[in-house]
Ligand binder design. Structure first.
Ligand code: ACO
Length: 177
């Protein structure tokens, strides 16, 4: 797992991971905007190529010198700070999170989320973190509510393009760090 700045080259692969796993997709420039504006908040999970890197490398899941073959992206969390918070409270927002099917139930999403949450609190003094999730997305709901401790703030009717409602969820970060 590593933060985005060392992974600008991987943004197209992160975008591919998103397209593979979720119907909510974004232009490449939106990933770049996140990486350049809030470089501490987004993280990517990679696996090493079979033959390793040509040189360097700094431990499991971390990219050191990626001058050789590129690592394969198996998960990411794309996160930001809310730029004009309606409630006036500085807070973070999870734009998107996904893990490739081949690498699920290994704790990757939980780790990505905790790293981002911590960075929001430490780097940006975020009071809380918010996100939206489909009401039918039981896996993500379990992760957010049961594993990470998010609470449902409200239901946003027809939030998604296909008409599905979203839970708007949030987690207080002040109690954690
Ligand atoms: N069913 C039930 N609970 C689950 C499931 C599942 N399929 N997946 C995760 N959980 C819960 C469990 O409590 C799990 O702990 P456990 O394995 O000890 O029981 C806990 O979440 C942590 O699981 P992780 O292994 O960290 O989760 P994973 O890396 O598999 O990723 C994710 C979970 C991101 C939801 C993955 O299934 C995925 O990519 N789904 C498709 C994309 C998606 O729905 N993304 C979230 C959209 S909302 C947003 O982007 C803001």
């Amino acid at each position: 797992l590593s933060s985005f700045p060392s992974y600008i080259d991987l943004l197209p692969s992160i975008q591919t991971c998103n397209i593979t796993n979720l119907p909510e997709n974004y232009f490449l420039k939106y990933y770049l905007y996140h990486a350049l504006t809030w470089p501490q908040l987004s993280f990517v999970a990679v696996v090493r190529p079979k033959n390793g890197y040509k040189s360097g490398g700094s431990g499991p899941g971390m990219a050191g010198d990626i001058s050789g073959e590129y690592p394969k992206v198996v998960g990411y969390v794309l996160a930001k700070m809310e730029e004009e918070p309606a409630d006036g409270l500085q807070h973070g927002h999870i734009t998107s999170l996904s893990v490739m099917r081949t690498h699920r139930r290994l704790g990757i999403a939980e780790r990505l989320m905790r790293m981002s949450q911590r960075a929001m609190a430490e780097s940006h003094r975020a009071n809380y973190v918010s996100l939206h999730v489909r009401m039918s997305n039981t896996a993500a709901l379990r992760l957010y509510r049961d594993t990470l401790g998010f609470e449902v703030e409200k239901v946003e009717s027809k939030y998604y393009a296909d008409g599905e409602d979203a839970y708007a969820m949030r987690l207080d970060l002040q109690k954690q760090w």
